[in-house]
Design a protein around this ligand. Structure first.
Ligand code: CMX
Length: 141
């Protein structure tokens, strides 16, 4: 049901500085950008230049406001790794599987994620201290 590590998400205060750093220091291309009001983020998906389609990406997450989840994360921890996301083929089936194992997800129904994907999160307390995102890309199911 899980097919890949989709991305790691990095909480940043300065969106432009972070995307520029990945481009200049490591040669990452900016493959997608959007604002997700519901999640309170401005985000970019960055991929190593020349990486094959489907390769794991770096997601830059900047808060849209002081009350954003990402703002709260930065207040508490400083900028840095906020989440790891796995790609799934059927998020409803994965949620049912997790529920059957008493593993908590944050939302009763999937929400809208990057590029019209469907997303949910496993609570970090049930995933070894890692905020684990589930991503079902658009058109998968
Ligand atoms: N990684 C690991 N642990 C985390 C964490 C994270 N990102 N965020 C919180 N925690 C830990 C806290 O440290 C805390 O641990 P302690 O009790 O030991 O101190 C515990 O989880 C509970 O934290 P909290 O302060 O009570 O709860 P928060 O208000 O920080 O909320 C969470 C935590 C996971 C519910 C919230 O961050 C959330 O809803 N995340 C999902 C949505 C999201 O991250 N959106 C932004 C990205 C959007 C996208 O990817 O598209």
């Amino acid at each position: 049901l899980v097919t890949a590590v989709d991305h790691v998400g990095i909480a940043v205060s300065d969106f432009d500085a972070a995307t520029t750093w990945y481009r200049d220091a490591l040669g990452f291309d900016n493959v997608h950008e959007e604002i997700n009001e519901e999640q309170g983020v401005r985000e970019a998906m960055l991929a190593p230049a020349g990486a094959p389609d489907g390769s794991a990406m770096v997601q830059i997450l900047a808060p849209l406001s002081d009350t954003s989840t990402i703002a709260k994360f930065i207040d508490k921890n400083g900028p840095g790794l906020q989440q790891m996301a796995v790609r799934v083929t059927d998020i409803d089936a994965v949620m049912a599987h997790l529920a059957a194992h008493d593993i908590r997800v944050l939302y009763p129904e999937p929400k809208k994620g990057t590029a019209h994907s469907r997303i949910n999160f496993v609570h970090p307390k049930d995933a070894g201290g890692v905020l684990l995102e589930l991503v079902e890309p658009a058109g998968t199911h």
